[in-house]
Ligand binder design. Structure first.
Ligand code: GLN
Length: 279
């Protein structure tokens, strides 16, 4: 079979089973099986796919149809232009989180921040993207899950950031040795009841998703600790879920009465990020 036919077959099965982005996902799975880049695939769509590769491809397509995310099948995910390793011990990075990284880079440059803490680092995408783009800074990357930190360590190795990303195991800000200029966090914020209702989330670690009844339990816990671990003029950047901005803004006003608080929307128009700056 030719690559062109294998691609069409994978895409047709995925689309027929209502998988969003069937076209991209079919391509990702085929490239994974062939072990080639996008450029090489499209440069030679008439190349051969062996019967063994075809069988493997259709097995992977079947796993995807059963709901397993493509990133867990391939073990890879792109984030902020970099390639990362993922596995079921970590949340799959979402494109919305790139918004936080961009904001953090701007804040660090504008305010000459030097110390950053990424809380709930998971596979390390936020900390490592910051380290790659801000070569002078020190970044503490904290997670309560030792298996997530192993993935983050491997990603640090791949991106050669092990010297500046300091991986610490523990709860929220507790392992931090001292105050930092910026705290950035994509903590679990999905409402507990929404996790079981959403099939696609059931493959991801509950620990990385479950934010309690209203989804804000973990984020609030971090906010209560943040005062002691933020330097003067420091900032706190938080990713949030749909409909959570107002409640969180109220809490932050109570904890930090004179701070400046901004909310930013993601590309889908959803309020996705809360940025607090101490004044
Ligand atoms: N953005 C993820 C989702 O809605 C949740 C990530 C998180 O809880 N931090 O599927």
């Amino acid at each position: 079979m030719k690559r062109r036919q294998a691609l069409a077959q994978a895409r047709t099965v995925l689309a027929g089973n209502n998988i969003d982005d069937a076209s991209i996902e079919g391509e990702i799975l085929l490239r994974h099986v062939l072990g080639i880049s996008r450029a090489r695939l499209f440069a030679d769509l008439d190349g051969d796919v062996s019967p063994h590769q075809e069988k493997t491809l259709m097995e992977l397509v079947a796993r995807r149809v059963r709901g397993e995310p493509a990133s867990y099948i391939t073990g890879r995910r792109e984030f902020y232009g970099l390639d990362f390793i993922v596995n079921p011990h970590v949340l799959i990075p979402r494109p919305e989180t790139e918004l936080l990284v961009e904001k953090a880079i701007n804040l660090c440059r504008k305010n000459s921040y030097s110390k950053i803490a990424d809380i709930g680092t998971g596979c390390g995408v936020v900390a490592i993207s910051l380290a790659v783009n801000l070569p002078e800074k020190t970044i503490y990357a904290i997670d309560i899950s030792s298996s997530a930190l192993e993935v983050a360590r491997e990603n640090c190795r791949i991106h050669k950031t092990l010297d500046r990303v300091i991986l610490l195991e523990g709860d929220m800000l507790e392992p931090l040795p001292g105050p930092v200029d910026l705290i950035i966090a994509n903590l679990p914020y999905v409402r507990g009841t929404d996790i079981s209702n959403k099939g696609e989330l059931s493959f991801e670690p509950r620990l990385a998703l479950d934010g309690g009844e209203e989804g804000l339990d973990k984020i609030k816990k971090l906010c209560l600790q943040a005062g002691k671990k933020l330097c003067k003029n420091g900032s706190l950047l938080l990713e949030i879920g749909q409909g959570q901005a107002e409640a969180l803004k109220n809490d932050l006003h109570n904890i930090f009465p004179s701070a400046l608080i901004e909310v930013e929307r993601d590309l889908a128009g959803i309020e996705r990020m809360v940025c607090l700056s101490l004044t």
